[in-house]
Design a protein around this ligand. Structure first.
Ligand SMILES: N[C@@H](CCC(=O)N[C@@H](CS)C(=O)NCC(=O)O)C(=O)O
Length: 225
């Protein structure tokens, strides 16, 4: 029986990209369905009734939500090609730990650099740098977080390579400085240049427009009344 694989996402969702990358690295054929998040489809509401968010993977009618859950599901379901996690339980645990760290601490600290200004932004830069130092350390002796090739943790942290240069351009502040974070900077380049990643990278100009608009309400709220 032919498999039915569908992915609900948006063009700009960095979480959605994790699922796209996992499916593409595995060579899984799938139908991509772009959602309008201002008018969510009945399919999205039915398949992710708890969070009502993209991405959602639909595999032979079963729905799987949360990007990193999807990445692991894809890895376990299409085992033969391109394993995303090591066979070693300790390595697997580390990859999952840093993936969670990236979402829990990394993303929010970098987002704060983007939306804050003045002293608050300086504090956020300090916090983001402390978090980035851990990731720089994790890359020692490796080309990718997964070792010689892209693995689960690279997909989890792909937003760093994808989003941070856009945010930096908008605010005119360097968050991942080459001198301070040479390994992370080299990784960002290697990751972005990998064929599967490059072909799915959202257009830079479109991201700039989207994130400029996303920042506007934060700037307006900071204006003295
Ligand atoms: N933790 C979720 C986050 C997903 C998420 O935040 N998706 C956003 C798009 S980037 C969304 O669907 N937002 C719609 C909403 O919040 O109503 C994951 O990893 O999948």
């Amino acid at each position: 029986m032919a498999e039915e694989v569908k992915l609900l996402k948006t063009w700009s969702s960095l979480f959605g990209l994790r699922a796209v990358w996992a499916l593409k690295l595995k060579g899984v054929q799938y139908e991509s369905i772009d959602e309008d998040l201002s008018n969510k489809s009945p399919l999205l509401l039915q398949s992710n009734p708890v969070h009502k968010k993209v991405p959602v993977l639909l595999h032979n009618g079963k729905s799987i939500s949360e990007s990193m859950v999807i990445v692991e599901y894809v890895d376990e379901t299409w085992k033969q090609k391109y394993p995303l996690l090591s066979d070693d339980p300790y390595e697997r645990a580390r990859a999952r730990f840093w993936a969670k760290f990236g979402d829990d601490k990394g993303l929010s600290s970098i987002w704060n650099v983007f939306i804050k200004q003045g002293k608050e932004q300086e504090e956020a830069i300090g916090e983001a740098s402390e978090n980035l130092k851990f990731l720089e350390e994790e890359l020692k002796g490796k080309k990718f977080f997964g070792g010689e090739k892209i693995g689960l943790l690279d997909l989890a942290l792909g937003w760093l390579a994808n989003l941070v240069p856009v945010l930096e351009e908008i605010i005119g502040v360097k968050i991942i400085d080459k001198k301070k974070f040479p390994l992370l900077s080299a990784w960002m380049q290697e990751f972005a240049e990998a064929p599967t990643i490059k072909e799915t990278w959202p257009p830079h100009d479109k991201l700039l427009t989207k994130f400029r608009a996303t920042r506007e309400p934060y700037l307006a709220a900071a204006q003295p009344k």
